[in-house]
Design a protein around this ligand. Structure first.
Ligand SMILES: *Cc1c(COP(=O)(O)O)cnc(C)c1O
Length: 394
């Protein structure tokens, strides 16, 4: 399509985008080039945890951009140190390495585990991951992912990622051998269809990995930063993993990610790991503003309450229209359909009157909901009312 003096054809075609160009966002609402409004229950893929353009982020970016943008990763800067302190004080980890994307943080986790295996487990390097998992789009993280078709898309894969079955402890135990250095999983498989790991599975994995002397890595790129109602999803199981990765919500919409590890695992030496933008103060200042807001009194309790409110609404609709049900954790939820109408519902939601609704269907038989963590009950009601209309028209 044409937009102002340009054509969208100048962009590489990597996904089918609708013929709209977004120009503004505020809270749970987006406005396109024609002035049409959309209620947003995607929020940049569970990224904008405080909604579009929250004052915490806009003000921090403006202030930090006048103070210091990029001293280089070879030097400390204030926001980088502050955010590392906030993350370590509020988790079981002692050290942080900042990255720009979730995939990059996961690459760092893979490197750290492999180095640890070289030093402490006789060169063990295999990391057990899971079917239907998603860890990113670099070559190694695609190889770690259990997405159908990704094993051949850019063959040859990076080796060393045997796949176990999610929520099936025996399938993990069966894969552990001399070459195994770690198990890596998402506490809720997001792209796989919002499938939560059972608490007993997480606890069993922690016990099993300890007994076998290997590491437990949680990919909390989607589940971290309050998304499930706790600051980090591993906390629901009362376990302490060895390594965690964060992305998405940590920047509330700006490119920021992090690799966290327990002191005993931190074996990078100078030269092993780095990156031009890693820990730059413009992004880490935003990360600090975001986590400070998540840690304010009652914020996470409200995420739990809002999650239950959304879940109840989805259950009611599932019952009313004979769909399968609902699942998820906190404000990462899915409506499980009895048919494969997900993509079609997403299309119709976009075109609704008087305003559009942004929904996501990671699999044809389900719709995923990942609103801002400060979404209001009125906005949830409005989304549910629109969804009711959409499901009626099936
Ligand atoms: C989105 C996601 C990633 C990849 O993050 P990018 O910032 O897109 O590289 C990795 N792991 C999980 C669980 C994710 O949801």
């Amino acid at each position: 399509m044409d937009y102002k003096d340009s054509s969208t054809d100048a962009l590489m075609f990597i996904t089918q985008r609708p013929d709209i160009v977004f120009e503004r966002g505020q809270g749970s609402w987006l406005t396109d080039h024609a002035g049409r409004r959309y209620l947003d229950f995607i929020q940049g893929w569970a990224v904008n945890c405080l909604g579009h353009c929250p004052p915490e982020i806009s003000d921090t970016l403006a202030a930090q951009s006048k103070q210091l943008i990029n001293p280089s990763p070879a030097f400390y800067n204030g926001p980088m140190v502050e955010l590392a302190g906030l993350l370590t004080r509020n988790s079981c980890f002692e050290r942080v390495f900042f990255a720009n994307t979730g995939a990059e943080a996961n690459e760092g986790a893979i490197k750290l585990a492999r180095k640890w295996g070289r030093l402490h487990r006789g060169g063990a390097h295999e990391i057990i991951t899971f079917g239907h998992s998603f860890h990113g789009r670099t070559l190694a993280t695609m190889s770690a992912s259990g997405k159908a078709g990704w094993d051949t898309l850019y063959a040859p894969q990076v080796m060393g990622f045997p796949k176990a079955e999610y929520n099936h402890l025996d399938s993990v135990a069966a894969l552990i051998g001399e070459k195994t250095v770690a198990v890596m999983l998402e506490p809720v498989q997001g792209e796989g269809g919002v499938i939560p790991a059972e608490i007993e599975f997480l606890q069993g994995l922690r016990k099993l990995t300890r007994e076998r002397g290997i590491l437990l890595i949680v990919d909390e790129v989607q589940t971290g930063m309050g998304r499930t109602g706790k600051l980090f999803a591993y906390q629901h199981a009362g376990i302490e993993p060895d390594i965690m990765t964060l992305g998405k919500g940590i920047g509330g919409g700006v490119p920021l990610a992090a690799l966290l590890a327990r002191e005993a695992v931190c074996c990078f030496e100078p030269g092993d790991q780095g990156g031009t933008y890693n820990g730059n103060p413009l992004m880490t200042a935003v990360g600090a503003a975001v986590i400070r807001r998540l840690l304010t009194d009652g914020f996470l309790d409200e995420v739990v309450a809002l999650g239950e409110y959304l879940a109840q609404g989805l259950r009611d609709l599932a019952g009313k229209y004979g769909h399968v049900g609902e699942r998820g954790s906190g404000l990462l939820r899915a409506l499980i359909l009895s048919d494969e109408s997900g993509p079609q519902i997403v299309q119709r939601a976009l075109a609704m009157e008087p305003h559009g609704l942004l929904l996501n269907s990671p699999r044809p038989n389900l719709l995923r909901f990942m609103p801002a963590l400060n979404v209001t009950r009125d906005e949830i009601d409005e989304m549910l009312a629109a969804l009711d209309t959409l499901l009626q028209g099936e």
